[in-house]
Ligand binder design. Structure first.
Ligand code: SF4
Length: 688
């Protein structure tokens, strides 16, 4: 028995399946996972987890894992040793840099990887290669939310802690399927709504679980949230319900902002959004009567042509009503991936260093150039949307992607895949041989979170450490070690022995993280940024004003962007998003038996009205065709969707269905693809 006890191990880790950042203990014996055990000390989740956190880990032992570097030979790949793969990468990257300059190379970091890995990836791009061509997948989801917050309140993160949401008098959820995408966070809202009388208003195209629970559920026409939000805000001001003291003391730009609302009358909002005047007034009244308001939003808002502007409109509403700086108030853009917050926080962005200091700022640039012993270029680099165009026009010749499945998750994937074909040299680093890897010249085997150490930052700006549960499988390696090996082959002399040393370097350089140290993050301890040098952290933002020189927030006027115009034949609006059971494109969850068995196949949600009109039954195979591509999917009839609006889950590891339909049109301020603005036509392929 003693022997057996010894071999059983308990390790704390952080879930990699969403931005809530649940942490828990994993019990293992050898490479076998015995159980996932929640721990009351876990700051974001306590004793809760959802199905993904509980059962989503079998993939680490999957036979499909990459365990050796692969090198392309014609149409196939052969296994290689690290030395050969690294040598080839260094040779090719150097050649491209010498022939076409550093900006002919691009780097894409991963929001599933650790903060330390995000830091090293941008250091490799900027400090070793000499380009700011570095980005991460928040470009596909949350960049517009960050932009809206930068414009108005200065920090691109949730205003408070997840636990603070329970303290709100009212919660407004816009374009977020919270119960499926952020399950443990949604549980807090459900509980406060049920037990504490918290008011809940939901705006969404689809009547998902939170919408069904809401006191008021509104279903605006697609892409019109800005209009109804602005009308509600104007109505609040006109009724004399704005928080004048808060505005006078803490907010700039009220007059110009109020003027910009002129056209957003209730009548106009009703006409554009389809939300009745009575409902708009009801929502305005509920906000007025609540002592505090938080707004949760996600990709229903951000993945639009005007995603940044709608995010800004949300923050404007919160400012006008004095809902910042107190528990139970503020903005909560809900981060999708576990470390989508941290990937941007640690500088995997073309215009920002770690801690969001600007590349354009000469002093900041000088600080990094000195620390790294190189000259960081002045001009912001290409974001990943620009990089695809640059592949097509030949200016981007080499690309290094770690942990991103761009060939499935970027919009208009036919265009993206054609771009990959044009690259002279393409390195893909991942846990599995992904769809993206099919286009690579070299594929590098990375270790997933359970096989490495580091930190993640969840949606509430909280740093948490993960500890190594297993040794890396086969010859796979933690991403930070691979990036370091590449950098050193390119002439750098990095000597990190542990991710803690990488964090120490980043914290010295980025004032936002000054006091982040591994010894302050032992076990279940955590820190929420900004973190002062003495280790004081910031669970609640804006208690002492806003991070602008005069400490005042800014009301920022915005205008509505009309959705794209489609030819009449494209008469079906294709909404899209997540399923509870799966994570993103499904590379991990489809390889976890406990999950794959629950929801094996992708399906299309169709309203009873549309089913009747087109004579569809459950299981009818239909073809959706947009101007950019087509997919064939079985129908599932449900009253969660209405009229000609259908819903296609994005979790489809086999085809990446939804992005065969989406366009390359994007939010004008951040280049985030307008995934939600897509129309298609529908034909029956096979009757059931
Ligand atoms: Fe928690 Fe999200 Fe993981 Fe579920 S997926 S256990 S809510 S972090």
């Amino acid at each position: 028995a003693a022997m057996r006890e010894e071999r059983i191990k308990k390790t704390k880790t952080v879930c990699t399946y969403c931005g809530v950042g649940c942490s828990f203990d994993i019990w293992t014996k050898g490479r076998k996972i015995l159980k996932v055990e929640p721990n009351a000390e876990a700051p974001a989740n306590g004793i809760s987890t959802c199905v993904k956190g509980k059962f989503g880990w079998d993939f680490v032992n999957s036979e499909d894992r990459l365990t050796k570097p692969l090198i392309r030979e014609g149409e196939t790949f052969r296994e290689a040793e690290w030395d050969e793969a690294l040598h080839l990468i260094a040779e090719k990257m150097t050649a491209i840099k010498e022939e076409s300059g550093p900006h002919a190379l691009g780097f894409i970091s991963s929001s599933k990887c650790t903060n330390e890995e995000s830091y090293l990836m941008q250091k490799l791009a900027r400090g070793v290669i000499g380009t700011n061509n570095i980005d991460n997948c928040s470009r596909y989801c949350q960049s517009p939310a960050t932009m809206g917050l930068f414009r108005t309140v200065g920090y691109g993160g949730d205003s408070g802690s997840i636990t603070d949401i329970e303290k709100a008098g009212m919660v407004l959820i816009i374009g977020s399927n919270t119960a499926e995408s952020h399950p443990v966070l949604a549980t807090r809202v459900k509980r406060s709504h049920k037990l504490k009388g918290q008011k809940l208003v939901v705006s969404d195209l689809r009547k998902h679980e939170m919408a069904q629970r809401a006191d008021v559920y509104i279903k605006p026409k697609p892409s019109t949230d800005l209009v109804w939000l602005s009308a509600v805000t104007k109505y609040i001001i006109d009724q004399g319900w704005a928080d004048k003291t808060f505005i006078d003391e803490k907010v700039n730009g009220f007059d110009a902002y109020y003027k910009s609302l002129e056209e957003y009358t209730l009548e106009y909002a009703e006409k554009i959004s389809g939300i009745s005047k009575a409902e708009l007034i009801q929502i305005a009244k509920m906000i007025h009567e609540s002592d505090s308001l938080v707004v949760l939003w996600a990709m229903g808002v951000t993945q639009q042509l005007g995603g940044s502007d709608t995010s800004t409109a949300i923050s404007n509403l919160l400012l006008v009503t004095g809902n910042y700086g107190r528990p139970g108030t503020g903005s909560y853009p809900l981060r999708g991936h576990n470390n989508v917050q941290g990937a941007s926080d640690f500088g995997s962005m073309p215009d920002r260093f770690p801690g969001y200091e600007k590349v354009a700022d000469a002093e900041v640039r000088a600080k990094y150039s000195k620390a790294w012993g190189t000259e960081v270029p002045e001009h912001p680099g290409l974001n990943n949307h620009d990089m695809v165009d640059a592949m097509h026009n030949g200016t981007l010749r080499g690309l290094y992607i770690k942990g991103e499945e761009m060939a499935l998750v970027d919009s208009n994937v036919n265009y993206v895949r054609a771009g990959f074909e044009k690259l002279d040299f393409f390195v893909v680093q991942d846990v599995f041989f992904s769809k993206t890897a099919e286009y690579a010249d070299v594929v590098l085997p990375a270790s997933p979170s359970l096989e490495k150490e580091g930190t993640f930052t969840n949606t509430e700006r909280r740093f948490q450490r993960l500890y190594q549960v297993f040794e890396p499988l086969g010859d796979s390696k933690p991403d930070w070690q691979i990036i370091m090996a590449i950098a050193n082959r390119l002439g750098a002399d990095w000597k990190y022995e542990h991710p803690g040393e990488i964090m120490e370097e980043a914290a010295k350089l980025a004032p936002l993280f000054a006091g982040v140290r591994y010894d302050r993050l032992e076990g279940y301890q955590s820190l929420q940024w900004p973190v002062k040098e003495d280790g004081t952290d910031s669970p609640l933002l804006f208690t002492d004003g806003f991070p602008f020189p005069d400490k005042k927030a800014r009301l920022f006027p915005v205008r509505w962007t009309e959705p794209l115009e489609y030819e009449e034949q494209y008469d079906i609006h294709v909404n899209n998003g997540r399923l509870l059971e799966h994570f993103h494109e499904g590379n991990l969850t489809y390889r976890s038996e406990g999950i794959a068995s629950k929801t094996p196949n992708v399906f299309l949600e169709v309203s009873p009205e549309l089913a009747k009109e087109r004579r569809l039954v459950n299981g009818t195979l239909v073809r959706l065709t947009s101007p950019y591509g087509q997919v064939v999917v079985p129908v599932h009839i449900t009253d969660r969707v209405k009229g000609n609006e259908v819903y296609l889950p994005m979790n489809d590891v086999n085809s990446g269905a939804i992005n065969l339909l989406t366009s390359s049109f994007a939010d004008k301020d951040t280049d985030t693809p307008a995934y939600k603005d897509i129309m298609a036509k529908m034909e029956i392929v096979k009757e059931k």
